[in-house]
Design a protein around this ligand. Structure first.
Ligand code: ADP
Length: 315
């Protein structure tokens, strides 16, 4: 799998050179500002904690981009975005040539991939979130490394697999977007899946034969298990369930990373891979932030064999 060094970025400089004033930006992005929650008083009481934690979602909420422009998130993204330190960790591990982020949302992961990978292909079905992702990539000065595609991951992957199987580029009925068609011809080094978990109430979902979630021991002695928490069933991952998502992604590349709730049953996760096959390894990382385990990132293929590298030269 082609690896690359950390991208050299100077957020302030590249932001200043490439993008104009806040007024220009507002004119360009139009209604994304109507969908973004940008002030504390726009948040309902039960979501205020996300606003307070905004600097751990995007560190540039500190206003340090050259015009002081801030990242934009819509209501859903405030609770579902991958916090920046976790996204950065995943991006280190997925360092490669071309990474496909199949559910990019407002770009939390895609921005970090842009710092470690040659090129990022970022798909989302929601045009507003995708516009916010572009805005956020501009705020971080990495927009030029990301190709944004608006559409359905299922259509993208289905067409990609069909083209590979027929060994010819079939006319793509799903999109007349030129970028979409070009990306259909790429070979991906890594596919990253951070699919919808089912909104804020995902913790109440249960497997058909509910079993209590038991934290791993002794690695996670202090994991904060809520009373009577059940395993999260992989089938609840939208849009097609964890098994289908994984199997489809594996046709694009064996190097897959899935970002899933921390209460996923590791046995169920293990059942995704063929125990006797060549790609039988899985590596699972707990992603902790402020003393809480937020999620699991599950690595397959060569990503499962990854070893901590020496600090990469930033020069
Ligand atoms: P949750 O809050 O349940 O974790 P989200 O609603 O944030 O999940 O969903 C993650 C992202 O996936 C969203 O940005 C959403 O627009 C996007 N998405 C959902 N279905 C698809 C799909 N079929 N193809 C591409 N993107 C999708």
């Amino acid at each position: 799998m082609p690896r690359r060094k950390n991208r050299k970025t100077n957020v302030k400089r590249s932001y200043g050179q490439t993008f104009g004033t806040k007024e220009d930006e507002e004119e360009r992005s139009g209604d994304i500002y109507d969908h973004a929650l940008t002030e504390a008083d726009q948040f309902p009481e039960n979501m205020l904690k996300y606003w307070r934690q905004r600097r751990s979602l995007f560190t540039l909420f500190d206003g340090s981009s050259i015009t002081g422009e801030l990242p934009l998130l819509d209501r859903e993204s405030w609770y579902s975005i991958t916090p920046e330190p976790i996204a950065a960790r995943i991006a280190q591990r997925c360092r490669c040539g071309i990474v496909l982020d199949a559910f990019c949302g407002v770009g939390g992961n895609a921005i970090q991939f842009a710092l470690t990978c040659e090129r990022v292909i970022a798909i989302d079905i929601d045009p507003i979130k995708l516009e916010m992702a572009k805005h956020n990539a501009r705020v971080y000065g990495v927009e030029q490394y990301i190709t944004f595609l608006q559409g359905d991951w299922r259509e993208f992957s289905k067409a990609w697999i069909r083209d590979r199987d027929t060994n010819a580029l079939a006319a793509d009925k799903q999109s007349d977007d030129l970028n979409w068609q070009k990306c259909q011809q790429l070979n991906f080094d890594v596919v990253f899946l951070s699919p919808p978990w089912g909104g804020v109430s995902y913790r109440t979902l249960q497997s058909e034969t509910p079993q209590k979630f038991v934290p791993l021991a002794p690695a996670t002695p202090t994991i904060d298990v809520e009373q009577d928490e059940n395993f999260y069933p992989l089938s609840a991952l939208a849009p097609s369930g964890g098994k289908d998502l994984f199997e489809t992604a594996s046709k694009l590349t064996p190097n897959v990373c899935m970002f899933v709730p921390r209460t996923v049953d590791l046995q169920e996760l293990a059942s995704l891979v063929d125990k006797n096959g060549s790609q039988s390894k899985i590596s699972v990382e707990e992603q902790w932030l402020r003393g809480r385990c937020k999620a699991l990132s599950c690595y397959f293929g060569e990503l499962a064999e990854w070893k901590e590298e020496e600090e990469v030269d930033q020069e």
